[in-house]
Write a protein that binds this ligand. Structure first.
Ligand code: NAP
Length: 259
């Protein structure tokens, strides 16, 4: 299926690896030119070159911390006008509800709520003026069902979800569709880090930690960055303009909810 976005330009944040990379790959496969970002320059440049080679699209790579004002300013300057924005950043650390103080919450809010909001504030007005735009925020299944060890994520992402719910409905008339993608567990470095936590805490191997987690998922496996990217590309397509302010779970059925 041709998604009808060949020649568009996308900023995909935090995209040298994992879910962001999956989104970058899937958009590039549709002929979308990219601005990619991550903090470490080496892996970012490698990812950018691999995507240029595989898909023949233009890729600008900006090494910067997207959660800092300075980093964001450099990324936005390099990006210029974009038609598609995919917001993403690393997730907050796990812990117990008693572990976190104000500073921890401020950091989580900065990374997983205020950064995507700042990016939308910078780029959505241009999309509205041009009459077309797509925004996909990578959030988490923790928005639909809290994950006990990820209290910082539960909190910060809920704040972003509220902002998107209100904002998406104010910009839709200008052809801009904002939605959130909610990953459950996917086979990325983040999953390795979460599984190491379980392995250390319970004194089990990484394989056992993974099998234990897989057993809780109706699909009995982890998702892949490629299938996550395909869903993202669809939400960025010509066919998704009537999908507005939605929270789409990609979790193999793990979150036990009816809607
Ligand atoms: P990942 O495999 O660890 O990849 C993270 C990517 O983001 C890397 O390219 C990393 O590169 C970049 N990055 C991290 N922090 C950044 C920052 N401050 N500024 C710019 N780039 C940054 O993670 P992932 O699994 O794709 O997860 C992406 C998001 O989805 C996270 O917020 C995570 O919490 C959430 N999520 C993931 C899962 C899962 O199972 N994978 C489930 C639910 C939610 P550098 O390190 O070089 O910056």
């Amino acid at each position: 299926m041709d998604l009808g976005i060949k020649g568009k330009r996308a900023l995909v944040c935090a995209s040298s690896k994992g879910l962001g990379r999956g989104c970058a790959e899937a958009l590039a496969a549709e002929g979308v030119d990219l601005v990619m970002n991550a903090r470490s320059d080496g892996p970012l440049q490698e990812a950018a070159q691999a995507i240029r080679d595989a898909h023949g699209v233009g890729v600008t790579a900006v090494a910067a911390d997207i959660t800092s004002e300075e980093g964001r300013a450099r990324v936005l300057e390099a990006a210029g006008q974009v038609d598609i924005l995919v917001t993403n950043a690393g997730g907050p650390p796990p812990g117990l509800w008693t572990d976190w103080d104000r500073e921890d919450f401020i950091k989580a809010l900065d990374a997983n709520m205020l950064t995507p909001i700042a990016l939308m504030r910078a780029l959505v007005p241009g999309m509205m003026e041009r009459g077309w735009g797509r925004v996909v925020n990578i959030t988490s299944q923790s928005v639909k069902g809290p994950i006990p060890v990820l209290g910082l994520s539960n909190s910060a992402r809920a704040g972003l979800t509220g902002y998107v719910a209100g904002t998406a409905r104010q910009v839709a008339e200008k052809g801009v569709a904002i939605n959130n993608l909610l990953p459950g567990i996917h086979a990325t470095d983040r999953a390795v880090s979460l599984d190491s936590g379980v392995s250390e805490k319970q004194g089990i191997t990484m394989d056992e930690a993974r099998r234990q987690r897989e057993a809780t998922i109706p699909a009995r496996r982890y998702g892949t960055p490629a299938e996550f990217g395909a869903a993202c590309a669809f939400l960025c397509s010509q066919y998704s303009g009537f999908i507005v302010g939605q929270n789409v779970l990609l979790d193999g059925g793990a979150t036990n909810v009816t809607i």
